[in-house]
Design a protein around this ligand. Structure first.
Ligand SMILES: C[S@@+](CC[C@H](N)C(=O)[O-])C[C@H]1O[C@@H](n2cnc3c(N)ncnc32)[C@H](O)[C@@H]1O
Length: 342
């Protein structure tokens, strides 16, 4: 079971960062971003520090709001958010043709929600690769509680330099994670290297779409907000990602922005105009309650100094994501299936 109480949120805030250091970590994190005048080059050259600070600060909010899987989903009418998140994970397993006994890699696995679901759905063994120590600690505990420690494990490493020998895995997938890579070709090349020949890689990428205009100040502001609120060095276009996977050596089997035909928009859970009891914490009223609660917990010393600022930049992220989704300039589900040639 995911930690989902208010005090869990407060106690997990800051991850592995010393509680006294949370405020200065927030300062340093914010300075990386365009929204506060930071430069893309600094975010790329310091990506490990920037991304790890982000996940140390944000993970307990994610777990509190989303549960164990930290991603959006294609969603049908009548489907709950939770059902759609699982189906989005099953879709990857189906596309990869997972069969019992296969050895699978989850690149940028969070606290392992997708990994546990995919391993149980397909009877495979899944290794989660993640560079954030706090998330791995949480993931191991959740694997133990789910009873999947025998088939699922975690490796702490950078997906730009994976500690696996060539041709190790029968399948590789990444869910909303490789967007953190400072260079997509370098990251996809590592995936290519560790995948067995003839086998497949499937991904949901965060991308800007063809509707994005770099000369439009509103578009630029939305992109900056999404980068700030999500620990991203830069958001690449769908075309750049497609070219990058080809440059890494893959054959693309098919690709599609799944947001284009999602009957319910992926950003609906965060949309201020909508209310839901089942995912109340993600609604704008729910987020306001969380902000007020975090403020009170910080005031009485139960949450570290700087907690409210984390809550604020996550709020910016939510606003940017909803605006980016409504204007169709951004997608969190540009899907492609790619094969490593024999
Ligand atoms: C938005 S979360 C998605 C997590 C997971 N795929 C899910 O859907 O629940 C992105 C993940 O990528 C991981 N990540 C980011 N940069 C990484 C890197 N250089 N190496 C390994 N993992 C990384 C983060 O620590 C985080 O777990």
């Amino acid at each position: 079971m995911s930690k989902s109480g208010t005090l869990d949120l407060a106690s997990g805030l800051g991850g592995k960062i010393d509680k006294e250091e949370v405020k200065s970590a927030v300062d340093e994190y914010e300075k990386y971003h365009g929204y506060y005048g930071g430069k893309e080059e600094a975010r790329k050259s310091n990506y490990t520090d920037m991304v790890n600070k982000y996940y140390d600060l944000a993970t307990s909010f994610y777990e509190y709001g989303w549960g164990e899987s930290f991603h959006f989903a294609h969603r049908w009418n009548g489907e709950s958010l939770r059902e759609s998140i699982k189906r989005h994970e099953h879709f990857l397993a189906l596309q990869l043709g997972l069969k019992p006994g296969m050895k699978v890699l989850d690149v940028g696995c969070g606290i392992g929600g997708p990994l546990r679901e995919i391993a149980r759905f397909s009877s495979t063994s899944v290794t989660g690769l993640n560079n954030n120590e706090y998330q791995i600690t949480r993931g191991k505990e959740l694997n133990r509680l789910a009873g999947v420690s025998g088939t699922c494990d975690f490796v702490k490493a950078d997906f730009m330099k994976m500690p696996f020998v060539d041709n190790t895995f029968d399948a590789v997938y990444a869910i909303e994670a490789t967007c953190h890579a400072p260079d997509p070709v370098g990251c996809y090349k590592e995936i290519y290297r560790v995948l067995k020949p003839g086998q497949c890689f499937a991904v949901y990428e965060w991308c800007i779409t063809d509707h994005y205009d770099p000369n439009n100040a509103t578009h630029k502001r939305i992109k900056d907000e999404i980068e700030l609120g999500n620990g991203l060095p830069d958001i690449r276009s769908t075309r750049q990602c497609l070219q990058a996977v080809k440059d890494a050596g893959f054959e693309v089997v098919w690709d599609k922005d799944l947001a284009e035909d999602s009957p319910l928009p992926w950003y609906l859970p965060l949309d201020p105009s909508r209310f839901s009891l089942s995912s109340f914490r993600l609604t704008s009223v729910g987020r306001m309650v969380t902000r007020t609660m975090v403020k009170a917990l910080e005031y009485v010393g139960l949450a570290p100094q700087g907690s409210q600022r984390v809550s604020n930049f996550l709020e910016k992220a939510a606003e940017g994501l909803v605006e980016g989704g409504k204007k169709e300039i951004f997608t969190p589900m540009y899907f492609f299936l790619a094969r490593k040639p024999e």
